[in-house]
Design a protein around this ligand. Structure first.
Ligand SMILES: *[C@@H]1O[C@H](CO)[C@@H](O)[C@H](O)[C@H]1NC(C)=O
Ligand SMILES: *[C@@H]1O[C@H](CO)[C@@H](O)[C@H](O)[C@H]1NC(C)=O
Ligand SMILES: *[C@@H]1O[C@H](CO)[C@@H](O)[C@H](O)[C@H]1NC(C)=O
Length: 360
């Protein structure tokens, strides 16, 4: 009787052993299974895997190549080389708080795979043993966020995170129809139309530290609505509240309408001013820029040129969205308020005559 039961028992045991392994497959359906790299010894009884980054945050410019540092080592060092799997994943800053971590790249030995918008733009630096730093090229506005460097050796799994920020400028944006016309997705779109992206809270906060003061509330990338106040006053949250970035919390993304805070980073090319003795209407302005081989600058390009290259011009000019603005780095009489900034004349009728800011 025992002899009859044995095969059955063995089958049950096999099933029990198979189930958990099978359950893992979907999570690693990219060909890099944990069992590939179980080094098959009692190694970790004595040894620890350490993963470190010397820099918790890295700041870079748009279009450049950036390295997010990450290293691992064993303590004590193993006598024979270990087979490790490296995984970089990230939580985008502009995920609107909805998306979780997604994969950037996975590497094992000489095999590696990159994903989504990172395909073909990322590699591991591997400048020395244990160097698993991530190199990202042609950096985009929407690459900012928290990156996780994860090293997996059999049963040990250690990780560290590195924050990627872009150098740039935050600017408020409102509709030609006046304030508070954008739901969340419209806000995202208008920033993109200006060559920019919705600002993250960190970007708005550092703009506030640099003196940004704006009394209209705008959407941020995480789906919250906030506004930065450096000089408390009536009508802007009152004088009883300390200076700071004030929050309306997380309103309904479709039903509630506000302005937008956009973030623009450095640009290739130049923003410059053109004029004509009698001024240009909006049509003529576009023609003037294209005669020069350029086009009318976006609001994002004008802000980036003001902030990052010190563009200073006390002449109002057309921009691509039909607004009229001018950039002041050195405040002076008859050029607006006594602090630096991009001044706006709003959206005048297209027949009015001004200069134009071109981008080439
Ligand atoms: C990020 O920006 C690039 C262009 O710079 C665009 O093609 C891509 O779709 C954007 N990705 C997301 C998730 O918005
Ligand atoms: C959000 O705004 C966009 C653009 O104005 C509009 O097309 C869309 O219908 C709005 N969504 C809702 C739910 O109001
Ligand atoms: C701008 O002026 C030109 C004449 O130089 C005219 O043909 C055109 O209609 C004007 N455009 C606008 C928007 O007023």
């Amino acid at each position: 009787m025992f002899a009859v039961l044995r095969p059955l028992l063995a089958t049950c045991l096999n099933l029990l052993l198979l189930l958990p392994v099978h359950g893992q497959l979907p999570a690693f359906s990219n060909g890099f299974y944990y069992q590939d790299i179980s080094n098959g010894d009692a190694f970790f009884d004595r040894v620890h895997l350490h993963v470190e980054s010397p820099q918790p945050a890295v700041s870079a410019t748009r279009g450049s190549t950036v390295t997010l540092p990450c290293h691992f080592h064993y303590d004590p060092e193993p006598k024979t080389p270990r087979r490790t799997r490296v995984k970089w994943s990230w939580t985008p800053a502009d995920s609107g708080g909805s998306a979780g971590e997604t994969e950037v790249m996975v590497a094992m030995g000489h095999r590696h795979r990159s994903y989504g918008g990172f395909r073909g733009r990322v590699r591991l630096r591997r400048s020395e043993p244990g160097d698993t730093s991530l190199v990202i090229s042609e950096l985009r506005l929407n690459d900012t966020g928290r990156y996780r460097c994860e090293v997996i050796d059999g049963l040990e799994d250690q990780s560290v995170t590195v924050e990627l920020e872009l150098q740039g400028v935050v600017f408020p944006y409102s509709s030609p129809r006046g304030r508070y016309h954008f739901n969340f997705s419209a806000a995202r779109q208008v920033c993109q139309d200006q060559g920019a992206a919705l600002a993250t809270f960190e970007q708005l906060f550092s703009a506030w530290q640099d003196g940004l003061d704006w009394c209209n509330a705008g959407w941020l990338a995480d789906g919250t609505v906030q506004y930065p106040i450096t000089e408390p006053r009536e009508g802007c949250g009152g004088v009883a509240l300390a200076p700071g970035v004030r929050s309306y919390g997380r309103p309904h993304r479709l039903l509630n309408r506000f302005d937008a805070f956009c973030f623009s980073a450095s640009i290739k090319g130049n923003v410059y001013y053109l004029d004509d003795s009698s001024g240009l209407n909006r049509t003529e302005a576009a023609e003037a820029c294209s005669l020069h081989g350029g086009r009318v600058a976006t609001v994002g390009q004008l802000h980036a040129a003001w902030r990052l290259t010190g563009l200073d011009r006390c002449d109002a000019g057309w921009l691509a969205d039909g607004s009229v603005r001018y950039p002041i780095s050195r405040p002076r009489p008859r050029c607006g308020p006594p602090r630096p900034g991009v001044r706006s004349f709003g959206f005048p009728p297209a027949s009015r005559r001004f200069g134009v800011y071109c981008y080439r």
